[in-house]
Design a protein around this ligand. Sequence first.
Ligand code: ZN
Length: 212
Amino acid sequence: MDSLHRLEEIFTHFPGIGPRQARRFVYYLLGKSPASIAEFIKLIEEVRKATSECPECHRLFVNSSKQIICSVCADPSRDPNTLMIVARDSDFESIEKSGVYKGLYFILGGTVPILDKEPEKRIRLRTLLERVQKDCEPNSKKPLKEIILSLNTTPDGEHTANIVKDALSKIIGKDERLYSIKVTILGRGLSTGAELEYADSETIKNALSNRK
Ligand SMILES: [Zn+2]
C-alpha cells in the first residue's frame, strides 16, 4: 500500500469516519502548504506530550503544571462518595459541561460489542473493580456510597452497563465493606439509542435525577 492510501486508512480508524471522509481528509491535507503541515504535525506532538492519563479516573488531561492526578480528582469540593462510570473522555466532557454532577468519575475506555467474548480487553473492568475496593478500604477518605453507570442507551452501551453491573454486584456481595454501595443506572430521560456525547445539559440533568 502506498503512503497516500496508508494515511487514508489511518483516517478510517477515527471515530465516525468512513472511507469517503477519510479520502477527503487526505486531499484536504495535500492542498495545504508544507509550513502548515509541519505546524499540524508539531501540534499533534505537543498535545501528545502535554497530555497525561489520570491514574485515578483514567481520563486524558492537559498536564500543564505536572500534577499527578487531574483537576477533577484533585478538587476537594467534589463529592468523593459518588463515582460515575462513563465509556469515553467525550462522555465525561458532556457531563461536566452540563454542570449537574458533582461527584468523581471513572472512564472505562470504550464499550463492549454484544458478541465480544473478552470484555476485559475492551474496557478497564479489572482496574475499576480494584478502584472500588481501594476506595472502600478502612480509613479511605472516599468510601463509596453510590456508583452511577452512565453509558449510551445503544445496544453496545447497554450490554456494557450489564457487564459492569454484574461484575460490581459480584464484588459487592463478597465484601461486607462494600455492602452499602448502591449501583444506579442513568435514567431514561435519554431516549433509546441516545449517545451521551450529544445529549444537551437538560437531558443529562433529567437522566441523572431519574437514575435508578
Ligand atoms: Zn482524574
